[in-house]
Design a protein around this ligand. Structure first.
Ligand code: DC
Length: 222
């Protein structure tokens, strides 16, 4: 049994960069579960399934061969053996991943994959329902959040740095719409586990957030 650290929260709170850095410092594996939802969306899309239909998506799931691997500590996600880690980072996939992640069949399909990874190794796993559903026995649970304006600004700057064309207002609107959908869905909504610690990164630099969370985890693991 590995040591499990669960980091949940809305998009843009800095979950993935913070979790990755934290995992590196602790010598744990970093698991980005959002990548799995994104790969389900890509797989169903490639299979030509009607993504608006819950039944069509559910029928498509058994044909998807999704796995995670780590190369030099960096997570790669495979679809039918093909490394699709870059293909899943488009606005279209973000939208569909958010929509499909509301389907109970999709969540059930990914549950074993997520649990199996944490079975044998020490992990920092980030997502929306890790502390509540996937790893309810995690040693440390953190709910990471930040004001919507802060989160949209981070996402906007990240997109600009990748050369994407976007405007801040649109990014902010998309962040808020996605939050609303992730928070209000009936299957595993993004909520803080009762035993999770809430950490707000509003106004922090990345380094400040990492320091705060690393210190918190160390204290919890004592
Ligand atoms: O963290 P991300 O943006 O890569 O996640 C993509 C979508 O998947 C997001 O809209 C929420 C959903 N998701 C989820 O429902 N549960 C998780 N454990 C991780 C992501």
């Amino acid at each position: 049994m590995g040591i499990k650290i669960a980091i949940d929260g809305p998009s843009g709170a800095g979950k993935s960069t913070i979790s990755k850095t934290l995992a590196g410092r602790l010598g744990y594996i970093y698991v980005d579960t959002g990548a799995l939802y994104r790969t389900v969306a890509l797989g169903c899309m490639r299979a030509g399934a009607d993504l608006e239909s819950a039944e069509a998506v559910a029928r498509c799931l058994p044909s998807l061969d999704i796995s995670l691997t780590h190369i030099d500590g960096v997570q790669r996600v495979l679809l039918g053996g093909e490394d699709v880690s870059e293909h899943i980072r488009t606005p279209e996939i973000s939208l569909w991943a958010s929509k499909l992640s509301a389907l109970p069949a999709v969540r059930a399909f990914l549950l074993d994959t997520q649990r199996a990874i944490a079975e044998t190794r020490d992990v920092v796993m980030d997502g929306r329902d890790i502390g509540t559903v996937v790893l309810p026995d995690a040693a440390v649970k953190i709910f990471l959040t930040a004001a919507p304006g802060d989160r949209a600004r981070r996402r906007y700057e990240e997109m600009l740095s990748k050369g994407a064309e976007c405007d801040y207002e649109t990014v902010l609107r998309e962040v808020m719409e996605r939050d609303e959908r992730d928070r209000t869905r009936s299957a595993s909504p993004t909520v803080k586990a009762a035993d999770a610690d809430m950490i707000d990164t509003t106004g922090n630099t990345f380094e400040q957030s990492v320091e705060q969370i690393y210190a918190h985890v160390k204290k919890r693991l004592l």
